[in-house]
Design a protein around this ligand. Structure first.
Ligand code: PGA
Ligand code: ZN
Length: 420
């Protein structure tokens, strides 16, 4: 596959912040494009996201430098060159950047090229994008991922009215994507009605579409979720998942979970144990802070039989951090976000490491998303156990859900049997 053209455009993401769209063409005429997502509740070990830092444009968040790198240095080096596969292209991208965390040319720049090349390659091989990803992974697709969908939000995605970032619903009783969405929307609509009653407010949503009323405390979030599930008639069919995102309310003093007093890691684990005892919680993401390595094994030893202990900020889709977590039994599941690491090939290494350790894998969108739907193909093609895309009322999220529906129609596979 010989690259004949490479280009990029500064576009806007779901928060109205700039990001980039990259397009790649082969001399065969096949082409592909990709739009790049961006986080807000980011891990410190994520690869470097290049921004213009020009305060006169988009509060410094412009992506014109990234666009210029695609159209300049990368285009100059790559046009006319042939690549036999994704791994060779990705390695070349790393070599051109030449830094450990992609800080010279930007992980967002590099990911855009990696993904646009993937789409063009799928076209060249006459494959659907999910088939191309399955070929990269070397495994056939036997199941579709189960949904984890934001219902209520706090933390960095919702102005911090409560510390807990997300309460999500998992339609564990549904055997298909279309039934999963039907159940999730039923719970979401019921919860919306209740918010109006309980808080006398119209629907206020967070960055990923979760409802974000002025909850007085975390328990009100759980009680609201359970009531919505029950009123929707889905008790037993819909479970809960949490993204605690604990790094964002942690300091040297400890964890400020209730907005006032700090508690230590052992008390955090006890608190989460009590939640898991009281509510049907099947997954806890970032239950402890990204730097609290010494207590993660205690968290997984205590809760790992009952729930997934999922590492997002802790792992940053970074193979070195994942290997460390495997060695010390810090968690039992990987949250995979390709833009945390920057190329498809490195993300695939992360996936394979996690799989070899027997972990569950959730493939996740970011809070800043675009209308591009490649994530749905990735989650199916890489046989993720779960997909986390956000809620069901914003088009940048629905682009992925609607793509899953189309893939389900084409593939006729059932959803992973988890947590049942
Ligand atoms: P993000 O985080 O805002 O960095 O995308 C979402 C998450 O914590 O899973
Ligand atoms: Zn997270």
């Amino acid at each position: 596959m010989k690259i004949s053209e490479l280009s990029a455009l500064e576009i806007l993401d779901s928060r109205g912040r700039p990001t980039l769209e990259v397009s790649c063409m082969f001399d065969s005429g096949h082409e592909g494009y990709a739009q790049v997502p961006s986080g807000a509740s980011t891990g410190r070990a994520e690869a470097y996201e290049l921004r213009d830092n020009d305060p006169k444009r988009y509060r410094g968040l412009g992506c014109l430098k990234a666009v210029a790198h695609v159209k300049g240095e990368f285009r100059n080096q790559l046009v006319g060159e042939s690549f036999s596969d994704q791994a060779t292209l990705d390695q070349r991208l790393l070599d051109i950047d030449g830094t450990h965390n992609k800080s010279r040319l930007g992980a967002n720049t590099i990911l855009g090229i990696s993904l646009a090349f993937a789409r063009a390659s799928a076209a060249a091989h006459k494959q659907a994008l999910y088939e191309y990803f399955a070929t990269l992974n070397g495994q056939s697709i036997t199941t579709l991922p189960r949904l984890m969908v934001n219902l209520f939000s706090g933390g960095k995605h919702a102005g911090g009215q409560v510390a807990l970032q997300d309460v999500l619903v998992v339609p564990g009783g549904a055997a298909s994507i279309h039934r999963s969405l039907q159940d999730v929307v039923a719970v979401y609509n019921t919860a919306t009605d209740q918010m109006l009653e309980d808080y006398e407010m119209r629907k206020l949503t967070a960055d990923e579409g979760g409802l974000a009323p002025a909850f007085p405390n975390i328990d009100a979030m759980f009680k609201g979720a359970i009531r919505a599930i029950n009123v929707a008639g889905l008790s037993g069919d819909v479970q809960l998942a949490l993204d605690v995102a604990a790094s964002h309310f942690y300091s040297d003093a400890g964890y400020i979970l209730n907005g006032r007093d700090s508690i230590n890691a052992t008390e955090m684990i006890e608190t989460m144990g009590a939640w898991a005892h009281q509510y049907p919680i099947v997954s806890i993401e970032d239950g402890l802070a990204e730097d609290d390595w010494s207590h993660w094994p205690q968290l997984t030893a205590t809760l790992g039989e009952r729930c997934l202990t999922l590492g997002d900020d802790l792992l940053c889709t970074n193979p070195e951090r994942i290997q460390k977590a495997i060695d010390i039994k810090a968690c039992n599941a990987l949250l995979l976000k390709v833009n945390q690491i920057g190329t498809l090939t490195e993300a695939l290494q992360a996936l394979k490491l996690a799989r070899r350790a027997g972990w569950h894998v959730t493939i996740s969108a970011r809070s800043g998303e675009t209308e591009d739907n490649w994530l749905a193909d990735l989650a199916v093609g890489w046989s993720a156990d779960q997909i986390k895309v956000g809620s069901i009322n914003q088009s940048e999220r629905l682009a992925k859900y609607n793509r899953l529906l189309a893939i389900e129609r084409d593939l006729e596979r059932g959803v992973v049997s988890w947590p049942a």
